[in-house]
Design a protein around this ligand. Structure first.
Ligand SMILES: [Zn+2]
Length: 287
């Protein structure tokens, strides 16, 4: 079913677990992400945003995501990731998205507060929850490139930002980067702990592909309730296509689709289980 409210995220934060948000680009990735959530009996978030729209267009990708979410036996959120465009945010709210992210992280603090507040007012009036970002998460969302973390989130600014905007979830810059970096990436877990002490809403980690599992688990226990993955799924997708095309003589589309779905589903399932923990109350409740 389409999971509308932010309550699943709030419960996740209370229980020290997290819900993954996976970027979807195609029908195959949308199918794989929904099926992984069903197999794990855990909530999952489909992220169909600006970057994915540039491949096949907004309307068809968004409608496919919403349809598969509604048909799914387990809860699936449909989320607009990293939008800087109010017209795009309004279009996705009109389409029926359950949540949107307004990314004002490259603007001044005051501009980010003001625009986020406006998005929150419009979205909440339509029953849609909002993620915002403070501090800047480096790197490119669509392609793995060398990136280094910069401009980390300040706990004091985060507390003021959440208080003034009424936002539902906050993406924090604590050392992760989008894509897969050339250098080993480590999170500033001490900084995360200080942010979590003064901000009680669910915190969001972007750029988690390639992070060490144990580090991720600690971050989740310290307040990260939503974790965005993209690069890991993309690699599984294209790797499966390459292998199948070679095996099938290069013309069996359905075999390639099935292989791609299976490969992405496996990665998504493993991330779902990792973020839920094996013995957490969240897992018990969702089963
Ligand atoms: Zn991001």
């Amino acid at each position: 079913m389409l999971d509308r409210g932010p309550e699943a995220l709030q419960r996740a934060r209370e229980h020290g677990v997290a819900i993954p948000g996976f970027t979807t680009y195609t029908l195959e990735s949308t199918r794989a992400i929904c099926d992984a959530g069903t197999d794990a009996s855990l909530p999952v978030i489909l992220q169909a945003g600006s970057s994915s729209f540039s491949g096949v267009g907004r309307s068809m990708l968004a409608r496919a995501a919403l349809t598969m979410a509604e048909e799914s036996p387990s809860p699936v959120g449909v989320h607009l990731d990293h939008s800087t465009d109010l017209a795009e945010i309004r279009a996705c709210i009109d389409l029926g998205y359950s949540s949107v992210m307004f990314d004002g992280s490259h603007r001044s603090f005051e501009e980010n507060v003001s625009l986020t507040t406006q998005v929150v007012a419009e979205a909440h009036a339509r029953g849609v929850w909002v993620e915002a970002e403070l501090g800047a998460i480096a790197g490119d969302e669509n392609a793995s490139s060398s990136a280094v973390a910069s401009d980390l989130t300040s706990p004091e600014a985060a507390a003021e930002f959440v208080e003034r905007t009424g936002v539902d979830a906050l993406a924090v810059a604590i050392g992760s980067v989008h894509g897969i970096s050339d250098h080993p990436i480590h999170l500033d877990l001490d900084l995360l702990g200080r942010i979590a002490q003064v901000v009680s809403i669910p915190l969001v980690l972007h750029g988690a592909s390639g992070l060490d599992d144990e580090e991720l688990r600690v971050a989740v226990r310290r307040g990260i309730a939503k974790v965005n993955f993209n690069a890991d799924l993309r690699r599984a997708y294209l790797g499966a296509l390459r292998d199948t095309i070679d095996l099938a003589g290069g013309d069996d589309v359905v075999a390639a689709q099935r292989a791609a779905i299976q490969a992405m589903k496996q990665v998504a399932y493993e991330k779902l289980r990792l973020l839920a923990g094996d013995t957490s109350p969240m897992t018990e409740e969702s089963r």
